[in-house]
Ligand binder design. Structure first.
Ligand code: ADP
Ligand code: MG
Length: 250
């Protein structure tokens, strides 16, 4: 579903991604671990081309996103095609990014109405179904400001799902939450995983990684230093930096 090859990315003289290769199969949950500054967010943002990159390629369902190198020449993707591909790659951020002046249901229906051409009624029905799925149907007509962090994040997940993405990217979705509400968000993510959603998740929730991930990827200094099934990563990590990292977070 996602194939990343030779990805390199710098911010000025800061070489942040230094040759990342990663494959995510359909229906898989891949958890990315690693210390702060190791390039996890940048990698996720490259996957839906929120960040450009300098070298390498990212294919989604075998279609290169953003840019393609053909015969040594870089070909930028037309904006329209890029937008179409981006709709297939949902993203959930640490900071929710909900629109504060819109109701919960409006937050969810805006993109499906404007980008997928759903009618108001279709979009409302879809939104209510998704809110039911994340346990928040009764909050449909409230403003985000009246919700807890965990509730806001569940709305953000419903909003991402409303675009019927092929894959969902999560960047530390529970890091900004009150510890009391972390579990409810992880539960929604667990359910999505069981339903077969393809997911790439940056998180420090080791319990989630252990239970839900099909594959754990450890980043350090802009490279993937280790990738394996969670049981191997957690019981028998092979890279010293993985051991160091796990000692710090467990
Ligand atoms: P992580 O998510 O693993 O903490 P990031 O991908 O956020 O790591 O950051 C990796 C490096 O890239 C850091 O050195 C960070 O300062 C730098 N960086 C990230 N985003 C930007 C940006 N928009 N402009 C300049 N530098 C950035
Ligand atoms: Mg980050």
């Amino acid at each position: 579903m996602i194939r990343i090859t030779g990805l390199n990315k710098s911010f000025r003289d800061n070489h942040v991604l230094r040759g990342v290769d990663l494959q995510v199969n359909r229906g898989e949950v891949v958890v990315i671990l690693g210390p702060s500054g190791s390039g996890k967010s940048t990698l996720l943002r490259c996957i839906n081309y929120l960040e450009t990159f300098d070298q390498g390629e990212i294919r989604i369902d075998n279609e290169p996103i953003g840019r393609q190198v053909v015969g040594g020449k870089v070909r930028e993707m037309p904006q329209k095609e890029l937008n179409r591909m981006r709709r297939e790659v949902g993203m959930v951020f640490q900071s929710f990014n909900l629109f504060p002046h819109k109701s919960v249901i409006q937050n969810i229906t805006m993109a499906p109405v404007s980008l997928l051409g759903l009618s108001r009624e279709e979009a409302d029905r879809l939104a209510l179904d998704l809110l039911r799925k994340v346990g928040l149907e009764e909050k449909a007509y409230e403003r985000p400001s009246s919700l807890s962090g965990g509730q806001k994040q569940r709305v953000a997940i419903a909003r991402a799902l409303a675009m019927k993405p092929k894959v969902l990217l999560f960047d530390e979705p529970t890091s900004a939450l009150d510890p009391m509400t972390v579990g409810e968000v992880l539960q929604v993510m667990r359910t999505l995983a069981q339903e077969g959603m393809t997911m790439v998740v940056v998180t420090h929730e080791m319990g989630f990684a252990r239970e839900v991930a099909d594959k754990v990827v450890v980043m350090n200094g802009g490279v993937i230093i280790e990738e394996d099934r969670p049981e191997n990563i957690f019981t028998n990590p092979s890279h010293p930096q993985t051991r160091l990292f796990l000692r710090q977070v467990l």
